[in-house]
Design a protein around this ligand. Structure first.
Ligand code: TPP
Ligand code: MG
Length: 319
């Protein structure tokens, strides 16, 4: 399906929103207003936005910590992310959990969990339920180059392949799992090679090209919807910061980030739209103004929300 001019602009809006949420979270962290760490999606926005944008509204996603962009596409707002990271009462979990550990099934978003790889069997289960109920839904989730090597990820992929479940797994290969480079935890150069052993079609995609991510995810989702079974999509990208805000990434070889900065997914997409005369300077300025207004309003709103009362901590846990 060809994207309309309005849709191309909407994708640009979500990319910029994702980037600005990240930048604002960094500011809040440095001001001591965040409870816990901040995990950026810097440099990986095209994967979250392109893949989530390729799904239908009844499809399910299981985002990981760097997939704020996907959560925005599914209808969460920057305020949800700020409130949650700041542990405030009006946040999605009422201050009971941190960072992006929240979801909403009415938006088709399964809450992320910290244990790497675990979302693969969870979303495979959701895909199985959809198949049994003949709901024509696709389930999609994300794994990193570290998560792909966990036992649960293997079990989930294998299960989905055997039962031909409508599951799309996006492998975000950013080269690092905390301080471990990919060559120290995998003996093959590409995650996509693993597709073959499960009999799952696997595609390698430039993860910094939002339209390519969109296109490949969309065709994988359509194939899954037709009963063609799961797909694995390896997106090559780079984590443009340390694992989290507290990690200065001094273990990364010098020059690596410089090289990747030239491939910034948002600047690249903007240049593409401009070059093809699909977005004028006036139109991009209007999108920027909208993003800025929403970010500023939502930061103010989050900062004005109180912390929860201690006695509320166990309320949804114990009847
Ligand atoms: C099963 C498990 N082991 C270890 C951890 C601790 N841990 C959290 S994030 C992370 C690195 C993840 O790397 P990757 O999967 O490549 O994702 P990225 O951070 O690069 O997006 C580790 C080791 C965890 N959360 N779960
Ligand atoms: Mg990684």
């Amino acid at each position: 399906m060809k994207l309309t001019r309005a849709q191309l602009h909407e994708i640009y809006y979500f990319l910029r929103l994702n980037r600005r949420v990240d930048e604002q979270l960094t500011n809040l962290y440095r001001q001591g207003k965040v409870v816990g760490g901040v995990y950026a999606s810097l440099g990986q926005e095209a994967i979250s936005v392109g893949s989530a944008y390729a799904l239908g509204k009844d499809d399910l996603i299981g985002p990981m910590i760097r997939n704020v962009g996907a959560m925005m596409v599914r209808g969460f707002r920057p305020r949800d992310v700020f409130l949650q990271y700041m542990g405030r009462k009006d946040g999605p979990t009422g201050g009971r959990d941190a960072n992006t550990h929240f979801g909403d099934l009415s938006r088709g978003v399964v809450a992320p969990i910290s244990m790497l790889g675990e979302l693969v069997p969870v979303l495979a289960g959701a895909a199985l339920a959809a198949k049994i109920r003949k709901e024509n839904r696709v389930a999609l989730t994300y794994v990193g180059d570290g998560a792909i090597s966990t036992g649960p990820c293997h079990e989930g992929l294998n299960f989905a392949a055997v039962f031909k479940l409508p599951l799309v797994v996006i492998a975000e290969n950013n080269g690092w799992a905390y301080s471990t480079p990919i060559e120290k935890q995998m003996a093959v150069p590409d995650i996509a090679r693993r597709g073959k052993v499960y009999a799952i079609p696997a595609t390698i995609v430039d993860g910094n090209d939002v339209l390519e991510v969109y296109k490949v995810t969309r065709s994988a989702a359509e194939r899954a919807r037709r009963g063609g079974g799961p797909a694995l999509i390896e997106c090559k990208t780079m984590r443009m910061k340390g694992h989290a805000e507290h990690d200065d990434a001094r273990y990364m070889p010098s020059g690596e980030l410089e090289k990747w900065r030239k491939k910034d997914p948002i600047l690249r997409y903007e240049k593409y739209l401009r070059g093809k005369k699909l977005m004028t300077a006036k139109e991009s300025a209007a999108i920027e103004a909208r993003v800025e207004k929403e970010i500023m309003e939502d930061v103010a709103l989050a900062e004005s929300s109180p912390f929860p009362q201690p006695q509320e901590a166990a309320r949804p846990v114990w009847a």
